[in-house]
Design a protein around this ligand. Structure first.
Ligand code: ADP
Ligand code: ZN
Length: 207
């Protein structure tokens, strides 16, 4: 939803699993703001340096220049106060400090558009996004396509073994899964099935 108001500020959140089009939607909204001749600044946490340090990049190769921040407070340091629209990608990596920063920006008349994961690799709400949703004027939940069955997918399935909350990676390390196909934690290694020695039942009948 595109909000149309006077010059009061607000918060828009785009949330969903990996591969669901959050970055694409963020870039689309920021491009529209630029077309409307608004002053735009885009930030992303330094943690996410998968593709490029100074731009946000979608899995479908849409790109937009961005400024790297090490924490939410740095948005205030790097902000040109003439900026009207503030885009934040991978907002889930910014921690609880994002909440007062986004609130302050919106209270100051800025349009804040934040994109981030709403759940983690175990399917749990991913702070601070749930709190940001409660404070936002507008919420968009994007869904990906389940890589197992093709249904709409709300989960980010981790494919590599790690108990860390944050393991930055893209294709190969994560895939989108629907509610039914999601396996919290690490999926059973079905890929090893081919290496299993054939059981008696599989063996060709002796002649
Ligand atoms: P996000 O920011 O949510 O991770 P992106 O905007 O970076 O998503 O990427 C979305 C694009 O990823 C889609 O337009 C599509 O080209 C591609 N893609 C790859 N895997 C999937 C999937 N399982 N479901 C949907 N889109 C996918
Ligand atoms: Zn599925």
């Amino acid at each position: 939803m595109d909000l149309v108001t006077g010059n009061i500020g607000w918060i828009e959140v785009i949330c969903g699993p990996m591969f669901s089009g959050k970055s694409e939607e963020l870039i689309r909204r920021l491009r529209r703001a630029m077309i409307a001749r608004k002053r735009v600044q885009v930030f992303k946490p330094s943690l996410d340096d998968r593709y490029a340090r100074d731009e946000i990049v979608s899995h479908g190769e849409m790109r937009m220049p961005s400024e790297v921040i090490r924490g939410a407070a740095e948005i205030l340091d790097k902000l040109d106060w003439r900026t009207e629209v503030i885009g934040i990608d991978e907002a889930n990596f910014l921690g609880p400090g994002l909440i007062p920063v986004a609130s302050r920006l919106a209270d100051s008349g800025k349009q804040v558009i934040a994109a981030g994961l709403d759940t983690d690799y175990l399917g749990r709400p991913f702070a601070p996004i749930p709190e940001l949703l409660a404070l936002a004027e507008s919420i968009t939940k994007t869904l990906a396509i389940c890589m197992r069955c093709g249904n709409p997918a709300k989960h980010t399935q981790r494919l590599v073994a790690s108990d860390e909350l944050i393991v930055v990676g893209a294709a190969g390390m994560y895939e989108a899964r629907c509610r039914r196909c999601f396996e919290p934690g690490i999926p059973k290694q079905e890929m090893f099935d081919f290496a299993r020695p054939p059981s008696r039942g599989d063996a060709a009948p002796e002649t």
